[in-house]
Design a protein around this ligand. Sequence first.
Ligand code: DX5
Ligand code: ZN
Length: 220
Amino acid sequence: MNILAPSILAADFKVLGEQIREVDEAGAQYLHIDVMDGAFVPSISFGMPLISSIRSATKRIFDVHLMIQNPERYIEEFARCGADLITVHAEAATHLDRAIQQIHDLGLKAGVALNPATSLHALDYVLDKIDMVLIMTVNPGFGGQKYLDSCTQKIQKLRRWIEETGSSADIEVDGGINQKTIRTVLEAGANVIVAGSSVFKGDAKTNASQLLEIMREYEA
Ligand code: DX5
Ligand code: ZN
């Protein structure tokens, strides 16, 4: 199934609860939550208090994308804040296998994210243990960047690999997804679509509905 995951990084924080309700009502199944530590990525976004506070705004899946160095240190806390799915970067986790196990032990779904320059080989020994692969389609750290065309082939390659191995992992894409690039990534084989600026700049409910509409065209 194709899933829309609006990224609240681009939302208007003074009316965040309202914005979350809008994308929920539009039918977006996930809420993508970007945590940045100012070390793994240049910027700092938000952390636990914000996530706990918005937990009551929606029943949708909290898709927490940890752009933090050694995420193992905080997995339990993010679970307590209300995360349903936690994604760690292969480049940031010294003990990636252990981090995945930690997430599963807490009863949550586990994802592994790859930066644009990271090879799919980083997944060689973990693909069969994870629920989702997050292919970064921009260099992580900021919203509003341009989709990197070099990532299309990577998504296609991963989709083929997943099919060959019979893995049930989802392919999430994150960065620069708008009404145009969404078609490229869906055709390439992505099925979880993160969208920040293209949802929250302008009318969030209308924007999310339009992206969901396009996604339905590609449903098998
Ligand atoms: C980037 C973040 C993204 C970001 C996407 O580092 O991981 O989730 O919010 O923003 P857009 O959709 O505006 O590129
Ligand atoms: Zn993200």
